[in-house]
Each structure stands twice: as C-alpha cells, then as structure tokens.
Design a protein around this ligand. Structure first.
Ligand code: HEM
Length: 214
C-alpha cells in the first residue's frame, strides 16, 4: 500500500496531537510534586495499579512516537530531494520560516535523546529516593535526580526544546488537517505559541523548585 505525502503529514500530525495530550496529562500529574511525597507517590501508584490499561496507553504512546519519527524522516528526505531539484531556480532564496520552524529537526532530535535518558532516570530505575536518611520512593528519586544542577540544566534544555517544538508544531497540525482558515489562523497560531511557552515554563518549574527547596 502506497501512503501519499499528505497522508504521511496527517499521520505525523495526529500522532503529534496524541503526544501533546500525553505531555499535558504528564505535566498535570507531575505538578503533584509541589504537594509533596504522599500526593505524588499516590498518583504514581494509581497509574501503576491501572495494570493492563496502563500498558495499552504505553503502547499507544510508543506507537505514536515511532510513527511520528518514521514518517517525519521520510518527509524530510523527500523534501530535501525536491529542494535539490529546484536548487538552481531558488539559489538565492532564503527561508522566511520562523526560528522555531527551522529548529524542528534539532529540537526533535534532542527530545528523542532526552526521552531515552528520562526513561533510564525514572521509569526503568529502582524507585528509591533517600532524602536525609528517609526513603521517599519515586518522589525522592525525582528530587535526587533533579537536585543535581547539571542534570537539572539538561532537563531545562530539553523542556525548552519540547516547548519550541510545540510552539510551531501545534498550529501546523491544524494546517495539515485543513482546519486552519484565514479567519482562525491568528487564534490557532497564538494558541500554539502559548502552549509551547506554557509547556516549557510548566515543566521547568519542577527542577527549579527542587533546586531551590531541597
Ligand atoms: C521536569 C519534567 C519531568 C519530570 C519530573 C518527569 C517525571 C517522570 C517520572 C517520575 C516518570 C516515571 C513514572 C513512573 O514510572 O511511575 C516519568 C515517565 C515518563 N515521562 Fe516524564 N517527566 C518530566 C518531563 C517529561 C517530558 C517533557 C516528557 C515528554 C516529552 C516525558 C515523557 C515521559 C514518558 C514517555 C514516560 C514513561 C511513561 C510510562 O512509563 O508509562 N516526561 N516522567
């Protein structure tokens, strides 16, 4: 079965939207860190107790992640080939797209690397986090990992990349799906940019809070 370019773009967009949903849910759950160890660990336990349903969600998010990357790479390669063919005509043409758009491949790659380290930090690690002689489980683990300034800085850089990626990507989905019109273009672009900024500030507030309070 041959998948057309527009279908590939639609798959990239829809899987991207699914991941935005996950990221927003993850951020709201992570905010429980501000409430303390009991609230945060209870939330993590609730997720783990979902058992089979948790695995369905995990497979869904992993599938979205892989499809998103696979088709994005295909589209980038096809785009490069098409651009090379037009090279003479547009030799002096300079890209007028925004910085966030131009940085999409870089921010996407950094997010990919970040996810691997992130899973090793928390999901695949033993949920032990000793603070002043007491084991606070997953809460303590997050505090100990992000209490390291180098580790925290790496997280904040990754959060800036996640925000920048969404700054452009969210409105791009509406364009791909043909939902964007001249009438709503401004609102959708603003919503996309606000979402990007809120994601960066929201996630970064966690390592900053930990650095200053523990
Ligand atoms: C300060 C920022 C963040 C903190 C403190 C944080 C914390 C955590 C923790 C504690 C877990 C393990 C949960 C568990 O095993 O019970 C986790 C899992 C995960 N996080 Fe994050 N996270 C952050 C940002 C992000 C971002 C920005 C993304 C995506 C771009 C992300 C994607 C994931 C994924 C995919 C998992 C695995 C989920 C699962 O195992 O079901 N996280 N995170």
């Amino acid at each position: 079965m041959k998948i057309s370019t527009i279908q590939k773009k639609q798959i990239v967009g829809i899987t991207g939207l699914a991941m935005v949903g996950f990221v927003l849910a993850h951020l709201s759950g992570n905010f429980l860190i501000f409430k303390g160890p009991e609230a945060f660990n209870a939330y993590a336990k609730f997720l783990h107790d979902l058992g089979g349903l948790l695995w369905v969600m995990r497979i869904g998010i992993l599938g979205s992640f892989l499809l998103h990357i696979f088709f994005t790479i295909q589209l980038v390669i096809a785009n490069k080939k098409a651009r090379n063919a037009r090279y003479y005509k547009y030799k002096n043409h300079r890209s007028s797209s925004s910085l966030a758009t131009q940085l999409m491949p870089l921010t996407g790659t950094i997010i990919f690397i970040y996810i691997i380290f992130h899973l090793l930090d928390f999901t695949l690690a033993e949920k032990v986090g000793v603070i002043e002689g007491i084991d606070y489980g997953l809460f303590g683990l997050v505090v100990n990992v992000l209490g390291n300034p180098i580790h925290a800085a790496f997280y904040i850089i990754a959060m800036i990349c996640v925000g920048l990626h969404m700054f452009h990507a969210f409105q791009s989905v509406f364009q791909t799906l043909g939902i964007m019109s001249e009438r709503n273009q401004h609102q959708i672009t603003m919503a996309s940019q606000l979402l990007g900024i809120a994601i960066t500030l929201g996630f970064s507030s966690i390592p900053v809070y930990i650095l200053f309070n523990f």
